[in-house]
Design a protein around this ligand. Structure first.
Ligand code: HAM
Length: 413
């Protein structure tokens, strides 16, 4: 026998109840986002590598070691999308969306790819639901998007803690970066080699380290939030006031670090205690410099993405059930198959759920199947005509085949 081929590491198949739970989750998210005026957008699964290198940032783990990059066939380097914000911004520019009333509000749902070490809640292909509001720097946009994610998490039964912070604008951040680098260099001997190696490239990541010595040093490190300039501080205060007004609880967390480089001002993350090490269910923030970074005019933006698998793991949608079966069509002998086939098709076209025997079973086997499938009615096509059995009451009667639909309509719809 040939060797059985298995699923690639870090990926999964979606079956049965889990597929139903996903559908429910997607439906809830769609309803909440569309109610707030977000329009669906989908972009390709792969993009020019440069989009992520410039958009997400050369120094990030995502770009440095997690991208699936290959030759796209025209000697252009192509990458499976590791995230959705840079692609949505590319599409915003590509389709001249700056001419529409601003902000343009978009949402998406799709598969993303990162070459990470798989573990609970961390996959190499995972799904995200996300939204982006592009073209306005109003703090109300920040608050609205955060609120929408809170609403989705609540709808799918995820209990999560919201942490927010502000990174300020890039110039301010550069000033802060110098200060932090100076502090880290002064404590080099106590830091992990990994953090030391990145003092020049990405000193902020030091806040993310699990290394005990580094953590101790970081307790006393200067905090970006204390170094914001007046406008950035006002923006952050306005976002907080709106979240307060909406009654959404949050913690201001000065150590909040996001793994992507495009953020400016507001950043946030929802974490769930039900997830173990990969506790981030969803997060995002403002990215007022990203569109310029990828070749557009200065354009502010704000958004988030949430992991579908993590929401399902932490949430309470696991036990959804399939839609009930209105009718099972059974037939007594092969010659009646075409008539049975037609009846099932007609019933479905009329908007009911109907299934037909497809496994070559005896009539007895078919009836067992109908029972197992929890059918409300069973139509049995036989030589003498058609009989319709109400599986709830057990009552069975002879009917014209053409009237089956009429009989089940009264109950099933
Ligand atoms: P992110 O924090 O990298 O942000 O990812 C968002 C969410 O995707 C995470 O909170 C997590 O739930 C899920 N996720 C990320 N990586 C994995 C993985 N390997 N396996 C399973 N789930 C994962 C972004 O991607 C930004 N584009 C969010 C954003 C939108 N910022 C502004 N707009």
């Amino acid at each position: 026998m040939n060797r059985r081929i298995q699923l690639p590491r870090g990926t999964f198949d979606v079956l049965g109840d889990e597929a139903l739970a996903r559908e429910t989750l997607e439906g809830q998210a769609r309803t909440i986002l569309e109610r707030a005026g977000y329009e669906r957008i989908e972009t390709p699964a792969f993009e020019a590598t440069e989009l992520f290198a410039r958009g997400v940032g050369e120094s990030t783990d995502v770009v440095q070691k997690e991208m699936y990059t290959f030759d796209g066939g025209d000697s252009e380097s192509i990458t499976l999308r590791p995230e959705g914000t840079a692609p949505v911004c590319r599409a915003y520019l590509e389709h001249g969306m700056h001419k529409r009333p601003q902000p343009v509000k978009l949402w998406y749902l799709g598969a993303y790819f990162r070459r990470e070490r798989p573990q609970k809640g961390r996959f190499r292909q995972f799904w995200q639901i996300g939204c982006e509001a592009i073209g306005s720097d109003d703090p109300a946009v920040d608050a609205e998007t955060i609120l929408l994610l809170a609403e989705i998490l609540e709808a799918v039964g995820v209990t999560a803690r919201l942490r927010i912070s502000s990174l300020g604008m890039p110039l301010n951040r550069l000033r802060y970066r110098d200060k932090l680098q100076e502090y880290l260099r002064a404590h080099e001997s106590e830091l992990s080699p990994d953090v030391v190696a990145r003092i020049d490239l990405n000193p902020l990541r030091a806040f993310d380290s699990d290394h005990a010595g580094t953590r101790a040093v970081m307790e006393g490190a200067p905090r970006l939030l204390d170094e914001l300039d007046r406008e950035d501080a006002e923006h952050f205060a306005a976002v907080r006031a709106l979240l307060d007004a909406a009654g959404l609880p949050y913690d201001v967390d000065t150590t909040l670090v996001r793994g992507l480089d495009y953020y400016t001002r507001t950043v946030f993350e929802f974490t769930s205690a039900d997830l173990g090490a990969q506790s981030g269910v969803g997060g995002g923030g403002r990215y007022d410099g990203l569109i310029e970074q990828i070749g557009g005019p200065p354009t502010p933006g704000m958004g988030w993405a949430a992991g579908v698998e993590r929401m399902l793991l932490a949430g309470s949608l696991a036990h959804e059930t399939a839609p009930p079966l209105d009718l099972f069509v059974a037939y007594a002998k092969p010659e009646l198959r075409a008539a049975a086939f037609r009846l099932a098709a007609d019933v479905r076209r009329a908007g009911h759920t109907a299934r037909l025997e497809l496994g070559g079973r005896s009539l007895k086997g078919q009836l067992k199947q109908a029972d197992r499938a929890n059918a409300r009615y069973v139509a049995i096509l036989g030589d003498e005509g058609t009989s319709l059995k109400d599986m709830e009451t057990g009552e069975q009667r002879e009917v014209e085949t053409g009237t089956v639909m009429h009989h089940i309509s009264r109950v099933a719809l």
